[in-house]
Design a protein around this ligand. Sequence first.
Ligand code: ADQ
Length: 489
Amino acid sequence: EERQETKPFRQRLLVVANRLPVSAVRKGEDAWSLEMSAGGLVSALLGVKEFEAKWIGWAGVNVPDEIGQKALTKALAEKRCIPVFLDEEIVHQYYNGYCNNILWPLFHYLGLPQEDRLATTRSFQSQFEAYEKANQMFADVVNRHYEEGDVVWCHDYHLMFLPKCLKTHNKKMKVGWFLHTPFPSSEIHRTLPSRSELLHSVLAADLVGFHTYDYARHFVSACTRILGLEGTPYGVEYQGKLTRVAAFPIGIDSERFIRALDLPPVQDHIKELQERFKGRKVMLGVDRLDMIKGIPQKILAFEKFLEENAYWRDKVVLLQIAVPTRTDVPEYQKLTSQVHEIVGRINGRFGTLTAVPIHHLDRSLDFHALCALYAVTDVALVTSLRDGMNLVSYEFVACQEKKKGVLILSEFAGAAQSLGAGAILVNPWNITEVAAAIARALNMPSAEREKRHKHNFNHVISHTAQEWAGTFVSELNDTVIEAQLRTRQ
Ligand code: ADQ
């Protein structure tokens, strides 16, 4: 009985990410409407019951006036969110510039955007300064809200400078940092002018996490080769302590997808789609429209497949759903027109009066429509040129218990390490190989499909987002305790 009276201890967790998990629309001088966006990170942390999580991040809108800022802060508080206000110039230099134009392509092995390479090189220093400044602004908000005993979990390449800012202010704060993208080989990382500053700052954290063991190894070798530090199997010796470095592969809330398949609106969508594509095999691509996702390469491979397999031309359809992102970056605008051009050409070439081989949609789908699409798909094509993990491959597998469709997966997605045994792995740069994989997938005997699906399905349901978050945070706790013991000895 006594036990029931004691409230379970729930540790406070401050989750710091560039974007808050809400979209905010201004409705008046002091009125805002907010909508929670159900990203992977949100559902991962909702599932971790032992933590009381608060979010700190940018709300994605420019709010120059104090009345607007106060009203937004108040509205966000109800959603357990705390805003960081960034003005337009900072967003331009830090977010569009340093984060998305420099770090993002570099971490995905794509180098600087070719056309304005020199201009980027010239603006590098000012963008890096904006990056440091923005990270310090995030740190100021964390410091204002931090209470002793809180755990601070920083996310992604936007906030590599944050661990150092936080630790400089308060050495005792427990700080973890997780990278959602790949970490490149040290040979690539060393081309970055601010290579050392970023490494030093990340090393200030107590725990540094990556999706795969390879990324963790790349990070450790960057620290040994560029900074001359000592690497161990557990991490990096840094300023008299061990900064723990490890792999924490993310997952999805698989239950949410599996449950959704039984809902009437999803069932209705499924029936509609089955009717619409009757007599044809459905192939699916779902990506943010980003150069790392290899969308043009995927469509060219599909063209090659149609070229070589006349039999399949009127028996297969490729649905490519590509939600536009970062639309004010010129490189992304160019990608959109490139994809449109290729799709138009192929549909002109292989289409008939009644059917086209590729349906390309430039938008995001709601959750129910997405689940239905995953469920009716025969072959999913995930052909990222490089991808931290890739959750679309997980979501597809979760929705395929009935159909047992085939996953064609890039060997350069982190997911290749977890779903590789069940998927057909391809080099997305080799369109001949991808075209052959499409033929193999469409012709695969059902016994083999079942076996492969089972392997992947078991992985997806047993390595969930909730487990990922829980493991990271408990390891972060342990790491700090360990460090304290070491200093006491
Ligand atoms: P992303 O690059 O965004 O994430 P991914 O992991 O595939 O890539 O997640 C995308 C999410 O957006 C999925 O949940 C998917 O359902 C959704 N989505 C994409 N296109 C959509 C569309 N058209 N309509 C509706 N929903 C759509 C980054 C890294 C990844 C890493 C994750 C998590 O780049 O490698 O797996 O973070 O760490």
